[in-house]
Write a protein that binds this ligand. Sequence first.
Ligand SMILES: [Zn+2]
Length: 104
Amino acid sequence: MTAMEVRPSIPGIDLAKGSTEAASVPFAPAILEIGKDRHFWHWRINTCPICGRSHSHGGGPVGADPRIFLSHRAAHCRDINANGYLLIDAEPSRTVSMLTGGAM
Ligand SMILES: [Zn+2]
């Protein structure tokens, strides 16, 4: 496809960087969590749009912005060969609060 395709507008991710492949995969809202060691972020999907299970994706080290890890990710579904999903921030205001120390 070309630039003529219509993409949804979603805060926190740049779909312009995506491909037509990215436009055909489901959205997976995730919430930001801090790991038990408190050194790394995790993005947790409570209900996977593909398999219905919960998944966790790495969000990089605390101190960096975990939102750069959003967008198209390989699905963590067991026994399902899917094209992945678009990881999106389910609660952007909560994320900002965590990043600014409000919830830590
Ligand atoms: Zn899944």
